[in-house]
Write a protein that binds this ligand. Structure first.
Ligand SMILES: [Fe+2]
Length: 451
């Protein structure tokens, strides 16, 4: 079900379309005609280019935008590192990450109403290095306060794919506003400045930060020219500017440390822009779910919304995969996910409802919780799910109603931070024992004549 049908009213206008060239202007004729950088841009604006790829990236990968703004971003005082004691640096630094073969599952992460967006970011898992533009990071966020009215933030480390689990995020960006609700996602590209207000109070959710490249739609292959996440359903911010010249503070996440500077003008002064590098959002309720209508459980890649590719074809640094409400109709099939060991790592979260592939144990897999099955760590249905699935009378069945689980899947071995392993105090100690130790053998050689 699209989020617009049951949640907080929309307040912004958007452009529709993913991966295409857009333009937006808040004032008539603010976009120069023909030129990108005319001698005197309209209205006395400055022209500024924001490059999301190297100048020389191939055309089909090249992402950049031209911004026409009241003052350029360069007009500011010096950056200074924010003292580590001013924020929970362990939450961002990724120091002491541990790569573990254990299957991990977390109880729901707590709300924290005492902090704003920037201080509410907690790095749970990571692989790679933002300084080398390689890998990805996984955060949970929990915040209850608006950012200060004259404060903005950006990450130089990567593109942030934000998955709210609870609450409403009113995100003001240089390109315009995005209202983000549970069951929607947004991507804020590297370097784009934004601030977050919380019109409905506390928020909580997950983030995948892609240190290398950018998210794109998966190839559709034999599916054809439509299906999964359709291009037109992505919504892009539209230009909206302010013109205040008071003191502003900008915070940058720069190689996992926070830096701050002051400037005498708002960063949200972009009157018009055009380009292919911009923030956008997508309503997961619009996903066109496709699956098997004959037999066997398809690979979950059939549910990929966005993919952040590696240099190896078909292999992702980060796939964003969802498990929406859907019908299961396969005949003579073990319908839950099969038992599995994967060369990819699988970090899962739950936005709402019950994930159909996991029955709840003592801790269970609950909304705002998570699990991590790292590279080659065995997983699959627990003992009771196995029994139910093998004994079930198979008929068409709707699963996942009002539920939305998701997965960040990566080709990289993911390390878990101290915060994720200890400080959040959410790791379930009995996940493995409870889920798979109770599995029993059904092997019986005398059954050979029955098959
Ligand atoms: Fe798996």
């Amino acid at each position: 079900m699209p989020v617009s049908e049951f949640d907080f009213a929309e307040k912004y206008a958007y452009l529709n379309g993913f991966g295409v060239y857009h333009e937006s202007s808040a004032l008539k004729d603010a976009l120069p005609t023909g030129h990108n950088s005319p001698q005197r841009p309209p209205y006395g604006l400055y022209a500024e280019k924001l490059s999301g790829t190297a100048f020389t990236a191939p055309r089909h990968e090249n992402q950049q935008s031209w911004l026409y703004r009241i003052l350029p971003a360069a007009a500011h005082r010096a950056w200074e590192q924010v003292p580590l004691e001013d924020y929970d640096s362990d939450s961002l630094s990724g120091s002491n990450v541990q790569q573990l073969p254990n299957q991990l599952r977390w109880n729901p992460f707590d709300f924290d109403e005492s902090v704003d967006w920037v201080r509410g970011l907690h790095l749970v898992a990571e692989a790679g290095d933002p300084a080398m533009k390689s890998g990805l990071a996984v955060y949970v966020f929990a915040a209850g306060k608006d950012m200060a009215k004259t404060e903005a933030f950006y990450s130089a480390d990567g593109d942030m794919l934000i998955v709210p689990q609870h609450g409403v995020l009113d995100i003001t960006t240089e390109f315009g506003g995005i209202l983000l609700r549970a069951n929607e996602i947004a991507v804020i590209p590297r370097g784009v400045r934004y601030r977050v207000d919380l019109p409905r109070g506390a928020v909580r959710g997950y983030i995948c930060e892609l240190y290398q490249g950018h998210f794109q739609l998966p190839e559709l292959g034999p599916i054809g020219s439509n299906g999964l996440a359709n291009v037109r359903d992505f919504q892009v911010a539209t230009a909206s500017y302010r013109k205040d010249f008071g003191e502003w503070k900008i915070t940058s996440k720069f190689n996992r440390r926070l830096f701050r500077m002051a400037q005498s003008h708002t960063p949200f002064d972009v009157v018009a822009w055009h380009g292919s590098y911009y923030p956008y959002k997508y309503d997961l309720g619009r996903f066109n779910t496709i699956g098997s209508i004959s037999f066997d459980h398809p690979d979950p890649s059939i549910f990929t919304v966005l993919t952040g590719p590696s240099s190896s074809p078909g292999t992702a640094i980060a796939d964003f995969v969802i498990f929406p409400p859907r019908w299961l109709v396969q005949e003579a099939t073990f319908r839950p996910p099969w038992y599995h060991r994967n060369t990819m790592s699988e970090f899962m979260g739950l936005i709402s409802g019950d994930y159909d592939a996991k029955s709840s144990g003592a801790g269970g897999f609950r909304p705002a919780g998570a699990s991590l099955h790292n590279i080659m760590s065995a997983h699959g249905p627990d003992a009771s799910s196995y029994r139910k699935a093998t004994e079930a009378h198979l008929e068409p069945q709707k699963v996942g109603s009002r539920s939305m689980a998701f997965m960040f899947e990566s080709c990289l071995m993911v390390g878990v931070t101290d915060w994720g392993l200890k400080h959040c105090e959410k790791v379930q100690q009995d996940y493995n024992e409870e889920s798979w130790e109770p599995l029993v053998s059904h092997f019986d050689e005398s059954l050979i004549n029955e098959t």
